[in-house]
Design a protein around this ligand. Sequence first.
Ligand code: 13P
Length: 256
Amino acid sequence: MTINLQRPVLAGNWKMYHTPAESRKFFSEFLPLLPERLNGTVIFFPPAISFSEALHSVGDRGGVHFGIQNVHWEQQGAYTGETSAIMARDAGAELVLVGHSERRQLFGETDEEILQKVQAILAAGLIPLLCVGETLQEREDGRAVQVVQGQLSAVFHGLASEEAQQLLIAYEPVWAIGTGKTASPRDAEEMHGRIRQWLSERIGSGPAADISILYGGSVKPENAGELLRTSNVDGVLVGGASLDPAGFARICTALS
Ligand code: 13P
């Protein structure tokens, strides 16, 4: 899929929040706060059950895109409770979150499964937004870069370089998710720079520069501007603060 993801990329991961009715209410309050000509691209990842309601609430408003939070790697089958990438595409999704730390930690998703999901997402013509990030223990042990590179490597080794260029990446340190602790702009700059360097070595510096690298972990209206101005931070992936229409509108307009 080719969609023009103009930077900054401002993404909201709603996790398991906002029913269909709450999604409709969210957009009735959020859309009037979004400037007609937005500097950047806004993406929402609503829960699967609220996806259609959210999509239809936005209508054909330019600059707002939708993704789904998780897919199975098979196209269809006897997998009760699961959704496939082709189903997500048919419903109007353009992107899929994959490898989120909550899926890795709470649902035991492995690097092998994450690669299979990325391949299924690309095969369906959708854009994977691959999440990577270290735990507090891994950071304190001085292994943050190694862990993140391992997560990247587990996926990129299974992709052809044209496929690799279609990914988006989110660096989400696990210790910063839902904790109120944000990585400092220096921490973010350092890790984003390492990720860009790693990508350059694998796919060349031109294609690596085109891959947007988002930061996620306690992004709020108060810190979004500073993070978005940090070098190699091409956007943000926001959890809790994306549930509030006024707050997320402030994040979306932080650089406008
Ligand atoms: P918070 O913004 O609530 O810390 O969540 C970040 C996240 O996990 C986005 O995917």
